[in-house]
Design a protein around this ligand. Structure first.
Ligand code: MG
Length: 354
Protein backbone atom coordinates (compact mmCIF):
# COMPACT_ATOMS: atom_id res chain seq x y z
CA UNK A 1 0.00 0.00 0.00
CA UNK A 2 1.37 3.35 -1.05
CA UNK A 3 1.77 6.04 1.55
CA UNK A 4 2.32 9.70 0.84
CA UNK A 5 3.54 12.36 3.22
CA UNK A 6 3.32 16.06 2.40
CA UNK A 7 6.19 18.20 3.61
CA UNK A 8 5.28 21.85 4.11
CA UNK A 9 8.67 23.50 3.93
CA UNK A 10 9.42 26.75 2.06
CA UNK A 11 9.25 24.66 -1.11
CA UNK A 12 6.67 21.97 -0.32
CA UNK A 13 7.06 18.43 -1.63
CA UNK A 14 5.81 14.87 -1.25
CA UNK A 15 7.46 11.73 0.06
CA UNK A 16 6.07 8.55 -1.44
CA UNK A 17 6.66 5.18 0.23
CA UNK A 18 5.66 2.40 -2.16
CA UNK A 19 6.88 -1.04 -3.20
CA UNK A 20 8.25 -0.89 -6.73
CA UNK A 21 8.23 2.90 -7.00
CA UNK A 22 11.83 2.90 -8.28
CA UNK A 23 10.84 1.09 -11.45
CA UNK A 24 7.85 3.39 -11.92
CA UNK A 25 9.71 6.57 -11.00
CA UNK A 26 9.32 8.29 -14.39
CA UNK A 27 5.57 8.60 -14.07
CA UNK A 28 5.80 10.01 -10.52
CA UNK A 29 8.55 12.44 -11.43
CA UNK A 30 6.63 13.66 -14.49
CA UNK A 31 3.85 14.79 -12.14
CA UNK A 32 6.17 17.30 -10.49
CA UNK A 33 8.43 18.27 -13.37
CA UNK A 34 8.11 19.53 -16.92
CA UNK A 35 11.85 19.15 -17.51
CA UNK A 36 13.13 17.96 -20.87
CA UNK A 37 16.36 16.53 -19.48
CA UNK A 38 17.04 14.45 -16.40
CA UNK A 39 20.50 13.70 -15.02
CA UNK A 40 20.78 10.55 -12.92
CA UNK A 41 23.56 11.06 -10.38
CA UNK A 42 24.64 7.81 -8.79
CA UNK A 43 27.71 5.98 -7.49
CA UNK A 44 29.68 2.97 -8.70
CA UNK A 45 27.87 0.59 -6.29
CA UNK A 46 24.27 1.62 -6.89
CA UNK A 47 24.49 2.60 -10.56
CA UNK A 48 25.00 -0.95 -11.90
CA UNK A 49 22.03 -2.20 -9.83
CA UNK A 50 19.36 0.40 -10.50
CA UNK A 51 20.37 3.13 -12.97
CA UNK A 52 19.12 1.07 -15.92
CA UNK A 53 15.60 0.69 -14.53
CA UNK A 54 15.43 4.35 -13.50
CA UNK A 55 16.68 5.48 -16.89
CA UNK A 56 14.13 3.34 -18.76
CA UNK A 57 11.27 4.63 -16.65
CA UNK A 58 12.36 8.26 -17.12
CA UNK A 59 12.59 7.77 -20.88
CA UNK A 60 9.09 6.33 -20.97
CA UNK A 61 7.91 9.47 -19.21
CA UNK A 62 9.47 11.57 -21.96
CA UNK A 63 12.71 12.71 -20.32
CA UNK A 64 15.98 12.78 -22.21
CA UNK A 65 18.24 10.94 -19.77
CA UNK A 66 21.92 11.42 -18.93
CA UNK A 67 23.83 9.51 -16.25
CA UNK A 68 26.79 10.58 -14.17
CA UNK A 69 28.48 7.96 -11.96
CA UNK A 70 31.10 8.77 -9.33
CA UNK A 71 33.17 6.29 -7.36
CA UNK A 72 31.35 5.11 -4.24
CA UNK A 73 32.41 6.24 -0.78
CA UNK A 74 32.67 9.19 1.56
CA UNK A 75 36.10 10.07 0.10
CA UNK A 76 34.31 11.17 -3.08
CA UNK A 77 32.29 13.75 -1.18
CA UNK A 78 34.46 16.68 -2.20
CA UNK A 79 34.15 20.02 -3.96
CA UNK A 80 36.14 18.40 -6.78
CA UNK A 81 33.33 15.88 -7.36
CA UNK A 82 30.78 18.71 -7.31
CA UNK A 83 32.82 20.50 -9.96
CA UNK A 84 32.64 17.36 -12.09
CA UNK A 85 28.87 17.16 -11.68
CA UNK A 86 28.33 20.85 -12.49
CA UNK A 87 30.48 20.55 -15.61
CA UNK A 88 28.58 17.43 -16.64
CA UNK A 89 25.31 19.38 -16.52
CA UNK A 90 26.80 22.33 -18.40
CA UNK A 91 28.33 20.08 -21.08
CA UNK A 92 24.91 18.58 -21.74
CA UNK A 93 23.32 22.03 -21.83
CA UNK A 94 21.02 21.54 -18.85
CA UNK A 95 18.81 24.57 -18.27
CA UNK A 96 17.11 25.90 -15.14
CA UNK A 97 13.99 23.91 -16.01
CA UNK A 98 15.81 20.57 -16.07
CA UNK A 99 16.17 18.06 -13.30
CA UNK A 100 18.58 15.94 -11.27
CA UNK A 101 17.68 12.50 -9.92
CA UNK A 102 19.78 11.49 -6.91
CA UNK A 103 19.95 7.69 -6.93
CA UNK A 104 21.82 6.19 -3.98
CA UNK A 105 22.65 6.54 -0.30
CA UNK A 106 23.48 9.53 1.84
CA UNK A 107 26.64 10.60 0.03
CA UNK A 108 24.87 10.62 -3.32
CA UNK A 109 21.88 12.55 -1.99
CA UNK A 110 24.09 15.14 -0.30
CA UNK A 111 26.18 15.73 -3.42
CA UNK A 112 23.44 15.56 -6.04
CA UNK A 113 21.38 17.89 -3.84
CA UNK A 114 24.22 20.36 -3.48
CA UNK A 115 24.80 20.25 -7.23
CA UNK A 116 21.08 20.98 -7.73
CA UNK A 117 21.24 23.82 -5.20
CA UNK A 118 24.09 25.53 -7.01
CA UNK A 119 23.76 24.78 -10.74
CA UNK A 120 22.38 27.96 -12.32
CA UNK A 121 21.56 29.13 -8.77
CA UNK A 122 19.30 26.15 -8.19
CA UNK A 123 17.44 23.52 -10.20
CA UNK A 124 14.95 20.82 -9.20
CA UNK A 125 16.03 17.46 -7.87
CA UNK A 126 14.36 14.22 -6.86
CA UNK A 127 15.66 11.81 -4.24
CA UNK A 128 15.52 8.04 -4.77
CA UNK A 129 17.30 6.82 -1.61
CA UNK A 130 18.57 3.26 -1.79
CA UNK A 131 19.93 2.68 1.75
CA UNK A 132 17.88 2.49 4.94
CA UNK A 133 19.83 5.43 6.37
CA UNK A 134 19.04 7.59 3.35
CA UNK A 135 15.39 6.48 3.24
CA UNK A 136 14.57 7.42 6.83
CA UNK A 137 17.02 10.24 7.37
CA UNK A 138 19.23 12.00 4.88
CA UNK A 139 16.83 12.11 1.89
CA UNK A 140 14.28 14.10 3.91
CA UNK A 141 14.91 17.60 5.19
CA UNK A 142 16.87 19.34 2.46
CA UNK A 143 20.37 19.25 3.92
CA UNK A 144 22.89 19.01 1.09
CA UNK A 145 26.65 19.42 1.01
CA UNK A 146 30.18 18.11 0.86
CA UNK A 147 33.15 17.57 3.15
CA UNK A 148 36.18 19.84 3.27
CA UNK A 149 39.68 18.63 4.21
CA UNK A 150 39.01 20.31 7.59
CA UNK A 151 35.86 18.36 8.37
CA UNK A 152 32.65 16.67 7.31
CA UNK A 153 29.74 18.60 5.79
CA UNK A 154 31.42 21.96 6.26
CA UNK A 155 30.15 23.25 2.92
CA UNK A 156 26.54 22.98 1.84
CA UNK A 157 23.06 24.42 1.45
CA UNK A 158 19.50 23.83 2.54
CA UNK A 159 17.76 22.80 -0.67
CA UNK A 160 14.52 20.83 -0.61
CA UNK A 161 13.87 18.12 -3.21
CA UNK A 162 10.76 18.20 -5.43
CA UNK A 163 9.90 14.62 -4.54
CA UNK A 164 11.29 11.72 -2.51
CA UNK A 165 10.59 8.17 -3.71
CA UNK A 166 11.14 5.49 -1.07
CA UNK A 167 11.01 1.91 -2.35
CA UNK A 168 11.12 -0.60 0.55
CA UNK A 169 12.01 -3.40 -1.88
CA UNK A 170 15.53 -2.01 -2.21
CA UNK A 171 16.22 -2.83 1.44
CA UNK A 172 15.88 -6.56 0.87
CA UNK A 173 19.25 -6.73 -0.86
CA UNK A 174 21.20 -4.47 1.52
CA UNK A 175 24.15 -6.16 3.25
CA UNK A 176 23.30 -6.67 6.97
CA UNK A 177 25.83 -4.10 8.20
CA UNK A 178 24.26 -1.40 5.99
CA UNK A 179 20.80 -2.29 7.19
CA UNK A 180 21.95 -2.10 10.81
CA UNK A 181 23.57 1.26 10.04
CA UNK A 182 20.13 2.66 9.23
CA UNK A 183 18.46 0.91 12.16
CA UNK A 184 20.47 3.07 14.56
CA UNK A 185 18.61 6.11 13.19
CA UNK A 186 15.28 4.27 13.54
CA UNK A 187 16.10 3.58 17.21
CA UNK A 188 16.99 7.27 17.52
CA UNK A 189 13.56 8.36 16.25
CA UNK A 190 11.90 6.12 18.83
CA UNK A 191 14.10 7.59 21.55
CA UNK A 192 13.51 11.25 20.76
CA UNK A 193 9.86 11.29 19.75
CA UNK A 194 7.96 8.01 19.58
CA UNK A 195 7.79 5.62 22.53
CA UNK A 196 5.39 3.33 20.68
CA UNK A 197 7.77 2.97 17.71
CA UNK A 198 10.51 2.11 20.21
CA UNK A 199 8.31 -0.51 21.91
CA UNK A 200 7.31 -1.91 18.52
CA UNK A 201 10.98 -2.31 17.61
CA UNK A 202 11.58 -4.06 20.93
CA UNK A 203 8.60 -6.39 20.59
CA UNK A 204 8.67 -7.41 16.93
CA UNK A 205 11.13 -8.00 14.17
CA UNK A 206 11.47 -4.93 11.99
CA UNK A 207 11.19 -7.02 8.82
CA UNK A 208 7.58 -7.74 9.78
CA UNK A 209 6.55 -4.09 9.78
CA UNK A 210 9.16 -2.49 7.53
CA UNK A 211 6.85 -0.08 5.69
CA UNK A 212 5.19 1.04 8.90
CA UNK A 213 8.60 1.64 10.40
CA UNK A 214 9.75 3.68 7.38
CA UNK A 215 6.57 5.72 7.57
CA UNK A 216 6.88 6.33 11.33
CA UNK A 217 10.50 7.50 11.02
CA UNK A 218 9.92 9.75 8.01
CA UNK A 219 6.82 11.20 9.68
CA UNK A 220 8.87 12.22 12.74
CA UNK A 221 11.53 13.78 10.57
CA UNK A 222 8.88 15.58 8.47
CA UNK A 223 7.24 17.06 11.56
CA UNK A 224 10.49 18.28 13.06
CA UNK A 225 11.83 19.68 9.77
CA UNK A 226 8.58 21.55 9.13
CA UNK A 227 8.80 23.17 12.53
CA UNK A 228 12.43 24.15 12.09
CA UNK A 229 13.60 23.96 8.49
CA UNK A 230 16.99 25.56 9.08
CA UNK A 231 17.94 23.92 12.35
CA UNK A 232 17.78 26.76 14.81
CA UNK A 233 16.02 24.84 17.56
CA UNK A 234 13.85 21.71 17.58
CA UNK A 235 15.58 20.16 14.59
CA UNK A 236 18.63 19.74 16.79
CA UNK A 237 16.76 16.95 18.59
CA UNK A 238 17.53 14.84 15.53
CA UNK A 239 21.15 15.04 16.64
CA UNK A 240 20.55 12.73 19.63
CA UNK A 241 23.69 10.59 19.91
CA UNK A 242 25.32 12.47 17.05
CA UNK A 243 27.61 14.82 18.97
CA UNK A 244 29.59 11.98 20.52
CA UNK A 245 28.83 9.81 17.49
CA UNK A 246 30.68 12.26 15.24
CA UNK A 247 33.59 12.23 17.66
CA UNK A 248 33.67 8.42 17.47
CA UNK A 249 33.63 8.58 13.66
CA UNK A 250 36.42 11.16 13.73
CA UNK A 251 38.45 9.04 16.14
CA UNK A 252 38.32 6.16 13.64
CA UNK A 253 39.12 8.55 10.76
CA UNK A 254 35.72 7.58 9.31
CA UNK A 255 37.00 4.08 8.62
CA UNK A 256 36.13 2.48 11.96
CA UNK A 257 32.49 2.37 13.00
CA UNK A 258 29.83 3.34 10.44
CA UNK A 259 27.74 6.47 11.04
CA UNK A 260 24.86 4.48 12.54
CA UNK A 261 27.14 2.35 14.69
CA UNK A 262 28.86 5.45 16.06
CA UNK A 263 25.54 7.20 16.69
CA UNK A 264 24.30 4.13 18.59
CA UNK A 265 27.27 4.26 20.95
CA UNK A 266 26.89 8.06 21.17
CA UNK A 267 23.26 7.63 22.26
CA UNK A 268 24.30 5.20 25.00
CA UNK A 269 27.05 7.48 26.32
CA UNK A 270 24.92 10.60 26.51
CA UNK A 271 21.92 8.72 27.87
CA UNK A 272 23.99 7.10 30.61
CA UNK A 273 25.31 10.54 31.56
CA UNK A 274 21.74 11.83 31.62
CA UNK A 275 20.75 9.06 34.02
CA UNK A 276 23.76 9.68 36.22
CA UNK A 277 22.88 13.36 36.46
CA UNK A 278 19.27 12.63 37.36
CA UNK A 279 17.87 14.09 34.13
CA UNK A 280 16.89 10.81 32.45
CA UNK A 281 14.57 8.12 33.79
CA UNK A 282 16.58 5.23 35.27
CA UNK A 283 16.73 2.16 33.04
CA UNK A 284 16.49 4.10 29.77
CA UNK A 285 20.08 3.35 28.72
CA UNK A 286 19.59 -0.36 29.34
CA UNK A 287 16.55 -0.44 27.02
CA UNK A 288 18.44 1.36 24.24
CA UNK A 289 21.38 -0.97 24.69
CA UNK A 290 19.23 -4.09 24.32
CA UNK A 291 17.54 -2.68 21.25
CA UNK A 292 20.84 -1.81 19.56
CA UNK A 293 22.07 -5.33 20.26
CA UNK A 294 18.89 -6.81 18.87
CA UNK A 295 19.58 -5.12 15.55
CA UNK A 296 23.24 -6.10 15.44
CA UNK A 297 24.73 -2.78 16.48
CA UNK A 298 27.77 -2.34 18.75
CA UNK A 299 27.29 -1.01 22.28
CA UNK A 300 30.81 0.20 22.96
CA UNK A 301 33.79 1.65 21.14
CA UNK A 302 37.55 1.71 21.50
CA UNK A 303 37.84 5.46 21.92
CA UNK A 304 38.41 6.71 25.49
CA UNK A 305 35.71 9.11 26.62
CA UNK A 306 38.06 12.00 27.42
CA UNK A 307 39.43 11.84 23.88
CA UNK A 308 35.87 11.91 22.53
CA UNK A 309 35.07 14.93 24.67
CA UNK A 310 38.13 16.73 23.33
CA UNK A 311 37.09 15.96 19.77
CA UNK A 312 33.58 17.13 20.63
CA UNK A 313 34.87 20.48 21.79
CA UNK A 314 35.89 21.10 18.18
CA UNK A 315 32.51 20.08 16.76
CA UNK A 316 31.00 22.39 14.18
CA UNK A 317 27.73 22.55 16.09
CA UNK A 318 29.52 24.28 18.90
CA UNK A 319 27.89 27.63 19.58
CA UNK A 320 30.55 29.70 21.30
CA UNK A 321 31.80 27.77 24.29
CA UNK A 322 28.59 25.80 24.70
CA UNK A 323 27.57 22.46 23.23
CA UNK A 324 23.89 21.64 23.01
CA UNK A 325 23.50 17.97 23.85
CA UNK A 326 20.25 16.16 23.23
CA UNK A 327 19.06 14.24 26.28
CA UNK A 328 16.07 12.03 26.96
CA UNK A 329 13.66 12.56 29.81
CA UNK A 330 12.45 9.05 29.03
CA UNK A 331 12.02 6.97 25.86
CA UNK A 332 10.04 9.12 23.41
CA UNK A 333 10.78 12.45 25.08
CA UNK A 334 13.86 14.54 24.33
CA UNK A 335 15.19 17.98 25.12
CA UNK A 336 18.23 20.18 24.46
CA UNK A 337 20.69 20.50 27.30
CA UNK A 338 23.42 23.11 26.76
CA UNK A 339 26.72 22.46 28.49
CA UNK A 340 29.75 24.73 28.66
CA UNK A 341 32.98 23.06 27.53
CA UNK A 342 34.34 23.22 31.08
CA UNK A 343 31.25 21.41 32.40
CA UNK A 344 31.80 18.38 30.19
CA UNK A 345 34.19 16.42 32.46
CA UNK A 346 31.87 16.75 35.46
CA UNK A 347 28.76 15.86 33.44
CA UNK A 348 30.37 12.73 32.07
CA UNK A 349 32.36 12.04 35.26
CA UNK A 350 33.03 8.49 36.35
CA UNK A 351 32.26 7.21 32.89
CA UNK A 352 35.53 5.98 31.46
CA UNK A 353 33.61 4.01 28.90
CA UNK A 354 30.37 2.01 28.88
MG1 MG B 1 22.64 10.69 11.25
Amino acid sequence: MAKTLHVHTGRPYDILIEHGCLEACGEQIRRVSRAQKAAIITDSNVGPLYAGAVSTSLEHAGFQVFSHTFSAGESSKTLGSIGGMLSFLAEHAFTRGDLIVALGGGVTGDMAGFTAATYMRGIDFVQIPTSLLAQIDSSVGGKTGVDLPQGKNLCGAFWQPRLVLIDPELLATLPPRFFADGMAEAVKYGCIADASLFAHLERENVQDFLEEMLFACVEIKRRIVEEDERESGRRMLLNFGHTLGHAIEKYGHFEGLTHGEAVGVGMLLVCAAGERNGLTQAGTTARIQSLLQKYGLPISCEAPLDTLLQLTANDKKRAGDTIRFVLLRRIGESFLHPLAIEQLPAFFAAMKTL
